[in-house]
Design a protein around this ligand. Structure first.
Ligand code: HSE
Length: 400
């Protein structure tokens, strides 16, 4: 019998409890052994919920129970999650988590601790919710050098951008609607400012390159400055606007950033809409491979967490080759990263703009008055800024 303890009975924790109990037949078949949730740790009471049979308020009860071999951390946040995860590992238990903040900040240390203790630390659900991209990177995408990883890694912002584009609504209106419907948090900063995506691309980059990538080194810009006119110009150019977490390794360096990008119809992420997430990797042998699915939500995320539980249960007593080294990946200045740029300016600046750039495409959008938008040739932001001279752009976005 595999006994699993769940830390936190919130959105993901209750989903994990449900997947292990409702889908017990399939989970048991995957492991080849019986499995049950033996403990759920939460400060609250849940009267009438069957979880009451296994609910505890005392973490020591889990730590001191040698029959618990797997601890699932789904509390979120840095503390007490960090302390609890380390204590579980110290007690010889394997841990899995959906907590990207924890993995991005302390993943390197916790992976080292787990190796030293002969147990495992897995975090499939920390990136892309239910999409099994981490296991695929670790186990299947092992024969390529990857020069580019990019993805839509946040459901909330993708929902907002989709709705702005489809319904011609402003950022503030859509954010409020998303909050009212419970899609966006009351404090939406981590999503809309790109911090959540930043942690996720840091985790993916660390895994793909096998070296710790510090999320604090990643240039991060959210979606709060995208306007209706940007959406109109993007559509007129047959493009969509998506918030990307992106890492690219090329002859100029290794660049990592979070930013809204204009995306053409030929890009596989062009039509990834609503709360869906997608990750695209480009390898030297494989070329493009894309993963697509629900990036958030109780049951899709729980399904990925339980995938880790199965992996841990199948590999009891074995340290899995997983993670990255503490040797930090040095990132280059994103201002030197070369892309085409979308630039929106006041109509009065249009001719000065055309004179400064040899090769620009003007986007025609008759419904917008007083503003013009251009797409430049490929260049660095440093060169773009120098060429703009005294033109004050209203918007600058990269084009993928
Ligand atoms: N706030 C996140 C999102 C939840 O909107 O994608 C999943 O990490």
């Amino acid at each position: 019998m595999i006994n699993v303890a769940i830390l936190g009975y919130g959105t993901v924790g209750s989903g994990v409890y449900r997947v292990i109990t409702d889908n017990n037949d399939v989970v048991k078949k995957s492991i080849g052994e019986d499995i049950r949730v033996s403990h759920v740790l939460d400060l609250r009471e849940f009267p009438g919920d069957p979880v009451m049979d296994v609910l505890t308020h005392d973490y020591d009860e889990i730590l001191n129970d040698d029959s618990v071999s797997i601890v699932v951390e789904v509390m979120g946040g840095l503390e007490p999650a960090n302390t609890f995860v380390r204590k579980a590992i110290e007690a010889g238990k394997s841990v899995c988590t959906s907590n990207k903040a924890l993995v991005a900040k302390f993943g390197t240390e916790i992976l080292d601790l787990a190796r030293a203790k002969g147990v495992n630390f897995l975090f499939e659900a920390s990136v892309g919710g239910g999409i099994p991209v981490i296991r695929a990177i670790n186990e299947s995408l092992t024969a390529d050098h990857f020069d580019k990883i990019y993805g839509i890694l946040n459901g909330t912002t993708n929902y907002i951008l989709t709705k702005m584009s489809d319904e011609g609504l402003s950022f503030d209106t859509v954010l409020k609607d998303a909050q009212d419907k419970g899609y966006a948090e009351r404090n939406p900063e981590a999503d809309i400012e790109g911090y959540d995506t930043c942690r996720k691309i840091a985790i993916l980059t660390s895994l793909v390159y096998g070296r710790f990538t510090d999320f604090e080194d990643i240039s991060t810009e959210g979606i709060t400055k995208i306007t209706n006119n940007d959406m109109i110009f993007a559509k007129a150019a047959d493009m969509s606007i998506k918030l990307f977490g992106l890492t690219e390794k090329n002859e100029k360096g290794t660049f990592s950033m979070v930013a809204p990008f204009l995306v053409g119809r030929d890009d596989p992420l062009y039509s990834v809409n609503d709360v869906y997430n997608a990750v695209n990797l480009h390898g030297d042998m494989l070329e493009d491979v894309m993963f697509y699915g629900q990036g958030a939500g109780s049951l899709p995320t729980a399904s990925a967490v339980v995938g880790d539980v199965v992996e841990l249960a199948k590999n009891k007593g074995k340290v899995l080759p997983f993670g990255w080294s503490a040797d930090k990946l040095m990132l280059s200045d994103v201002n030197e990263y070369e892309t085409a740029f979308y630039v929106r300016v006041n109509s009065g600046d249009a001719s000065a703009f055309k004179n400064s750039f040899a090769d620009v495409k003007c986007i025609e959008a008759p419904e917008v008055t007083g503003e013009v938008a251009f797409i430049t040739e490929k260049m660095s932001k440093t060169v773009l800024t120098a060429r703009l001279r005294d033109i004050e752009p209203l918007q600058i976005l990269r084009v993928n």
